[in-house]
Design a protein around this ligand. Structure first.
Ligand SMILES: Nc1nc2c(ncn2[C@@H]2O[C@H](COP(=O)(O)OP(=O)(O)OP(=O)(O)O)[C@@H](O)[C@H]2O)c(=O)[nH]1
Ligand SMILES: [Mg+2]
Length: 635
């Protein structure tokens, strides 16, 4: 459990922590000299419940709000300090806004320095603060008067802290390990140590982890949690990791970096977010306004681009894209705080919806729809909403990364959502199960329509089927749907044509007679198929007449036109294609020559050349100098 302080400069945060824990967190000489906190201070103490509680003391000066944000992010409980003599001051309001934007839901308002004022003043300041808290995440938190000098109210504060602490929702241990680094230093004898708050997941000694967003690899050599040596650490604690490895060579790890599990080390320069502009802002936030963006302990500059193109009014909430000048690591649900361009005031903030929005350009409506779907807290709800409107489905690998799902969580989620996964290399995409069924139906009815309209035609090529089925989907999804139907033999294929299994082409009597005469001549041993001129004499017909029939039969799928001179049965083409694939697979280079193919097939030289050129044309092979490679996977 971590408790952070917050509140205006000089209101008594550091002395309060010292009174509660005995630790003076102002350690820097400059802090001592100026009586002012500059850096984050850390103290660990047992408040009386037998557990070590971690305290993070933040600076209150307006110049150090950036440090304050890094300190309070990821905290469970806040000690919000307001001096009874001063009453609410500018950073009282700003820190409260930040706590609210960060979603810090538990806290105690400590009215400090009560030894300096009369009871009437305590009541007056209490009322003013109660009014400020209204409508924030801290609306119902207790307000306690104390004096760190006389000790009045400190016991009551300690008791209240223990009560609030017991009410804090324990964080789920789910997700990949993520630690927001707020300090990084070298310890003599131990090496590099990074400290921070564990946002999610778990880490153990010996684990491989990574620096995010750079991706450098690290090994965990030692772990301290809440100031004590440990073998593992899980979300919700202060943690120091002694790390070694490649990741240290990419540059020093510093505040703002993350140490994360193997699966979670991506960085983002475009982040879709839900953003609220503070009601206290004087005017609207216009599109592309430059801002400072704080996520976790990190901070960078960037611009706010509203997804609906509208300016954002004070107090209003909108879906936006943060376009950052430098990549940051973030996942769905991380909190964002925005400060103005000169980093003088907090202007708003909100929640990360998608750190991995697809680069593919799509319309405003579609981007809004996707962002809206991601406003859900439950990944299953978000995924269903995304799938419901996504023609081509969802990149599920990306989705799982954006939601910081471990591989096991990713698979469990997939089980619980009615979707079908597809696409190389490992079913990375997913479509709504109903959409998948409708897609299969669309392909089947396209073929049924064709068979009814053109009963003499054997079937459609892949491209024709895609066009005829009028499904506006990407090739990968189309291929996956077709493969599925082929696998179930709901559609069959022959020489590159697709048809329903029950379909038999019907021919007019003249065609049928010619086919009955022709077929015995061409449906022979592959090495003995005659060329067209031989067929003309065998059938006693004229070249133009025979050619008309051959072209018609080719269109119907009965024959394959390999060249003007050669027509083959589809089954023969299938056999030769299989031979070519086998050849390419056997040869170490994956490439074969015309001579290889001739030796294997036993076909004549001219037939070999013409068949290979036909295979080049239909995209089975690609010629590379004297050799050929096979392009299409086996269907
Ligand atoms: N009389 C009185 N003085 C107090 C009390 N609490 C703090 N002070 C004094 O107020 C001054 C500021 O206290 P700090 O604890 O350093 O204030 P802070 O909020 O940590 O200040 P920053 O970290 O700079 O924002 C010090 O001189 C304290 O001794 C209190 O309860 N009563
Ligand atoms: Mg201080």
């Amino acid at each position: 459990m971590i408790i952070a302080t917050a509140g205006h400069v000089d209101h008594g945060k550091t002395l309060l922590v010292r009174t509660l824990t005995g630790v003076d967190t102002d350690r820097l000489p400059e802090e001592k000299a100026r009586g002012l906190s500059i850096e984050l201070g850390y103290a660990f103490h047992d408040l009386g419940d037998g557990e070590t509680t971690g305290f993070i003391d933040v600076p209150g000066h307006e110049r150090f709000v950036r440090t304050m944000v890094a300190g309070v992010t990821g905290t469970d409980l806040v000690l919000f300090v307001v001096a009874a003599d001063d009453g609410p001051m500018p950073q009282t309001a700003e820190h409260l806004a930040i706590l609210d934007l960060l979603g810090v839901a538990r806290g105690i308002v400590v009215l400090s320095k009560c030894d300096r004022v009369e009871q009437a003043r305590v009541d007056e300041v209490s009322a003013a603060i109660r009014a400020m808290l209204a409508g924030t995440t801290l609306a119902n938190c207790p307000i306690l008067p104390v004096s760190a000098v006389t000790g009045d109210g400190i016991d009551a504060l300690r008791a209240a802290l223990l009560r609030e602490k017991a009410r804090v929702q324990p964080r789920p241990a789910s997700g990949n390990f993520r630690l927001a680094v707020d300090r990084s230093f070298v310890l003599k004898g131990a090496g590099r140590v990074v400290t921070g708050t564990v946002f999610s997941g778990r880490v153990a000694i010996g684990d491989s982890v990574r620096v995010a967003p750079t991706g450098g690899e690290l090994r965990v050599r030692g772990i301290y949690t809440q100031n004590a040596a440990a073998t593992a650490a899980a979300s919700g604690v202060r943690c120091a990791l002694n790390v070694a490895g490649e990741g240290l060579r990419d540059g020093d790890i510093a505040r703002g970096d993350w140490v994360v599990g193997e699966a979670a080390h991506f960085g983002s320069q475009r982040i879709d977010a839900r953003l609220r502009l503070l009601a206290s802002e004087a005017g609207p936030l216009r599109g592309r306004t430059p801002v400072h963006v704080h996520i976790g302990a990190a901070e960078t500059t960037g611009r706010v681009v509203p997804l609906d193109g509208q300016d954002l009014a004070p107090g209003a909430t909108a879906l936006v894209q943060l376009q950052l000048d430098h990549p940051l690591h973030a996942v769905h649900g991380d909190r964002v705080v925005l400060r103005d361009q000169s980093a003088r005031r907090t202007v708003g903030g909100g929640i990360v919806l998608n750190p991995l929005p697809e680069a593919r350009r799509c319309g405003r409506e579609e981007r809004l729809r996707q962002a809206r779907a991601l406003t859900a807290d439950d990944p299953a709800v978000a995924l269903r909403a995304l799938l419901a409107g996504a023609g081509d489905g969802v990149d599920y690998t990306r989705f799982a990364a954006a939601w910081n799902l471990t591989p096991a969580e990713r698979e469990a989620l997939a089980e619980g959502v009615a979707m079908v996964r597809y696409g190389p290399p490992s079913a990375t995409h997913a479509v709504d199960a109903r959409h998948w069924v409708a897609l299969g139906d669309a392909l089947l009815s396209a073929l049924a329509r064709l068979h009814a309209a053109e009963p003499e035609r054997l079937g459609l090529t892949r491209a024709e089927l895609r066009a005829e089925s009028e499904v506006s989907i990407g090739l990968a999804l189309f291929d996956a749907a077709l493969e599925d139907l082929l696998g179930r033999r709901a559609i069959v294929t022959e020489a590159g044509l697709y048809r329903l299994p029950g379909h038999q082409p019907v021919r007019n009597p003249a065609d049928e007679r010619m086919w009955q005469r022709l077929r015995p001549l061409v449906d022979v041993d592959d090495r003995r198929v005659p060329v067209v001129t031989d067929l003309v004499s065998a059938l006693g017909t004229t070249p133009p007449l025979l050619e008309a029939f051959l072209l018609k039969f080719a269109k119907q799928g009965l024959l394959v036109r390999v060249s003007p001179k050669r027509y083959f049965m589809p089954a023969m083409i299938d056999r030769q294609a299989a031979l070519v694939r086998a050849l390419a697979a056997e040869l170490p280079s994956g490439r074969f020559t015309a001579a290889d193919f001739r030796d294997r097939s036993g076909l004549g030289r001219n037939a070999v050349i013409e068949i290979l050129e036909y295979f080049d044309r239909v995209g089975l092979t690609r010629r590379e100098g004297d050799a050929r490679a096979v392009l299409a996977p086996k269907r």
